[in-house]
Ligand binder design. Structure first.
Ligand code: NI
Length: 252
């Protein structure tokens, strides 16, 4: 069995990344994608990708940091995206949970990064927090060619259907293992396997039985097991399909 953690901030984990990457490999996690939050983090995640064969990275500016966007950003992203381990633009999108004071700026920066992803022929990893309809309408208007993954999907079944009807992907993480996550469990039951990816969002949102502790890529197996249980299929089938999807979209 082979699993891919499509979203892990291993640069933010406490302690040595070597340890977490070895743990992941021992637990059938064959590849890890590290998203970016802002430019200050780019050197560290690029270094991780150069040090470890199975680690890839994305470039982008997180919506809550949108005020940091300036003319240097697209130039820097274009240049660094030539790196062979750069596999996407992320995580980008809209976050209305943390701060709604600069929504217009978030939208502008999101749009600029969608255009950049299209130009660079890279997939997009979406961060959407309490902004479902705005995220989708901006993608409808501006995304012409990029594949799109909704990381840490938090919408309901109806929104999931809208997302997959565009040919986009849903990534599910540890929240699906939480007892009261009825809405996400319903999404997991109904999402077609060919539209699904797995993630941990390490160091956040550790799945049961590690809820509340620091998350790490090797825990992605608990997400896979929960989805298999919900869909009433083998965990091997969940692993196989989600791995294929991630390999196809991120070209890894
Ligand atoms: Ni993230």
């Amino acid at each position: 069995m082979e699993l891919i953690d499509t979203h892990a901030h291993i640069d933010m984990l406490e302690g040595y990344s070597e340890f977490y990457i070895a743990q992941a490999a021992e637990n059938n996690v064959s590849k890890i994608i590290v998203p970016a939050i802002e430019a200050d983090a780019y050197p560290a995640i690029i270094e991780l990708s150069e040090k470890f064969k199975n680690v890839y990275f994305e470039l982008g500016l997180f919506p809550s940091e949108a005020e940091k966007w300036n003319a240097d950003y697209p130039v820097m992203i274009k240049e660094l995206s030539n790196h062979p381990k750069c596999v996407g633009i992320g995580e980008i999108g809209l976050d209305y949970y943390w701060d709604k004071t600069f929504v217009d700026r978030q939208k502008e920066v999101f749009i600029e990064q969608i255009k950049l992803a299209n130009e660079l022929n890279l997939p997009i990893t979406i961060h959407d927090r309490e902004a479902h309809e705005d995220v989708l309408s901006i993608l409808d208007e501006y995304n012409k060619t990029s594949q799109v993954v909704f990381h840490c999907f938090s919408g309901d079944k109806t929104f999931m259907e809208k997302v997959i009807s565009r040919g986009y992907y849903i990534a599910i993480g540890g929240i699906v293992t939480f007892k009261k996550a009825d809405q996400l469990k319903e999404v997991a039951i109904n999402v077609p396997l060919d539209r699904l990816m797995l993630e941990t969002d390490s160091p956040y949102l550790a799945p049961v039985p590690y809820r509340g502790k620091e998350n790490q890529p090797s825990y992605v197996i608990y997400v896979a097991k929960e989805i298999a249980k919900l869909k009433n299929i083998n965990v091997e089938d969940v692993a196989e399909m989600t791995t294929k999807n991630a390999e196809r979209v991120f070209k890894i």
